[in-house]
Design a protein around this ligand. Structure first.
Ligand code: GLC
Ligand code: CA
Length: 566
């Protein structure tokens, strides 16, 4: 009964604020690597539910759950067999309902990942398409084309899939289907009314179950112009970032119409469901997805690709504050997700320009095997960057494990790798498995407490022990303690979605003040800098180097460190 009352209260609280997303801290859970309740080595929904107390203590406002649908895992679950069910390997719909109930009772919202660009090749529709003749309605739900060449054995064009190899797969009767990702991920035809309607049904299905919003996978890819003759791969690459709606595959104008229909569904609910677009487009094009008539928010990957540099961070923040004001959306900030090298490792890579992040390629660069990584420096910078990010106006998207300062696992044996980018680019890409290794909870337990047994679907290195939750929880200087403190204080710091820069001497220091008066100061350089007395007299509430809070504490800010001042 007490439980029920507490739940009703929280539900009311959750319903009260339609703007909850604007400055939320959203924690991404990659379900198969978070917590394993039954010990089969695969994280599951029951595991997530059992770890809700951890999420509460961490202080996140919402969880973004990567795909949990039935899937053969040709692409980590981004190959969906059935959009309205749960993968039996990780739970049931009843487990999902229980998980969402428990999250809501704890005051945490849930954002579900939705994958509209492609289904899996095991989806009923695709099986039906293969069993149906050329020209049939079943094939119209996907993108089938006749082969080229005298005997029709050549693919319809020389397009390359993003995971490597041809983007066309023959089906044996003279036709090929398009897959911009793996062959197990046939692209859906969004010009087809049935496809559109089915996704509206899926949005309602999960919204009715209490999902608070959606993360939209490859949001810039759904609409395509496949009028013959198809242009060459080289021509498409050259115009990829034209941003004028002329590219046949990416960022087309028809998307506005698709997302306007989604918006109408979101607005059927109270509070309206929210959405965030994953769109690897030029920054100036992001606003279309973030518009209130469209998905409402779009990931801004600028910081994820930036060097640890005061001038780069400054420019990125300024530019995105302008975009947010123009669209009425709020900013989104991201350093890590399941597609990219963990930022504690990225910041420890040599600063020689070898690891520049090329737009659209960042997610292929997971791994970091070749160069020597300075792990201590990487972590120090990651912590400084995180306190900078968490002080900014807008929402923060955090990836599971970053709160432990977890490093990329570079040492996965080839035989254990799972990511299709590894297999389709043999010897070139190590793929994204290194950021998807199951989390360490308990230094001394089997599978570091990921589950009750030794099983772990990707091998955990021995050094994971030092990052385990139980090692860090009681240490006030740990990365976990820093995240907990920062997320607890963030609600006080935030206020209106504004900031004012404070001019300081020297090229390596950035300082900004929020309307609440809280101030964030980051030293991106390696040398300590003296702070002006107006800042030095303020109370240090939190410091990324783990130093204790202190009134009027610091005249000097150490290198690669951020402080929050009140
Ligand atoms: C997105 C996902 C990535 C996936 C791809 C294809 O980029 O984040 O993990 O491989 O889409 O669905
Ligand atoms: Ca399991």
């Amino acid at each position: 009964m007490t439980d029920l009352l507490a739940r009703l209260d929280t539900d009311r609280l959750l319903a009260a604020d339609p703007d909850w997303w604007r400055q939320a801290a959203v924690y991404q859970i990659y379900p198969r690597s978070f917590a394993d309740a039954n010990g089969d080595g695969i994280g599951d929904l029951e595991g997530i539910t059992s770890r809700i107390p951890y999420l509460v203590e961490l202080g996140v406002d919402a969880v973004w759950l990567s795909p949990f649908y039935p899937s053969a895992l040709a692409d980590g679950g981004y190959d969906v067999d059935d959009y309205r069910d749960v993968d039996p390997k990780i739970g049931t719909l009843a487990d999902f309902d229980e998980m969402i109930r428990a999250l809501h009772a704890a005051g945490i919202r849930l954002i579900a990942d939705i994958v509209p660009n492609h289904s899996s090749d095991r989806h009923d529709w695709f099986r039906e398409a293969l069993a149906s003749p050329k020209g049939s309605a079943a094939r119209e739900r996907y993108i089938f084309r006749d082969g080229e060449g005298p005997d029709g054995a050549q693919p319809p064009s020389d397009w390359q899939s993003i995971f490597g190899g041809s983007a066309w797969e023959p089906v044996g009767d003279g036709q090929f289907y398009l897959h911009l990702f793996a062959p197990e991920q046939p692209d859906l035809n969004w010009a087809n009314r049935e496809v559109r309607d089915d996704f509206l049904r899926t949005l309602r299905f999960w919204s009715d179950r209490g999902v608070d919003g959606f993360r939209v996978d490859v949001a810039h890819g759904l609409a395509k112009d496949l009028t013959a003759p198809l242009r060459s791969h080289a021509e498409l690459e050259a115009t990829k970032l034209a941003g004028d709606g002329s590219h046949p595959l990416w960022d087309r104008e028809e998307l506005d119409e698709i997302y306007a229909e989604w918006r109408a569904v979101f607005d059927e609910y109270d509070p309206p469901r929210i959405a965030v677009a994953e769109a690897w487009v030029a920054p100036t094009r992001r606003h279309r997805y973030a518009a209130p008539t469209s998905l409402g928010q779009a990931f801004n990957f600028d910081l994820l690709r930036a060097n640890f540099s005061a001038s780069e961070f400054h420019e990125i923040v300024d530019r995105n504050m302008v975009f947010a004001a123009e669209t009425g959306s709020s900013n989104t900030w991201v350093f890590s997700n399941h597609d990219v090298i963990r930022h504690a490792t990225r910041y420890g890579l040599p600063d020689d320009g070898t690891f520049e992040y090329d737009l659209g390629k960042a997610w292929l660069l997971s791994g970091g095997t070749t160069p020597a990584v300075d792990a201590a420096r990487g972590l120090r910078r990651a912590r400084a960057a995180t306190l900078f990010l968490l002080g900014l106006p807008g929402s923060a998207y955090l990836y599971q494990g970053e709160e432990l300062g977890l490093a990329e696992v570079a040492s996965i044996p080839d035989s254990e790798r799972q990511d299709p980018t590894f297999f389709r680019n043999a010897g070139v890409e190590v793929g994204r498995d290194g950021c998807r290794v199951p989390l360490p909870w308990d230094a001394d337990a089997p599978s570091f407490g990921f589950g009750p047994t030794d099983a772990s679907h990707l091998p955990q290195p021995e050094w994971f022990a030092q990052y385990a939750v139980d090692v860090q929880a009681g240490d006030p200087a740990s990365t976990l303690s820093m995240y907990r403190r920062a997320l607890a204080l963030r609600h006080e710091l935030q206020g209106a979605e504004k900031l004012a820069w404070i001019a300081l001497d020297g090229p390596d220091v950035l300082a900004f003040q929020r309307p609440t008066g809280w101030t964030v100061v980051t030293n991106f350089g390696t040398e300590p800098v003296a702070l002006p007395s107006a800042l030095a007299e303020r109370e240090v509430v939190l410091s990324s180097d783990g130093a204790p809070a202190a009134p009027g504490a610091r005249g000097v800010l150490p290198g690669e460190t951020t402080v929050w001042l009140r």
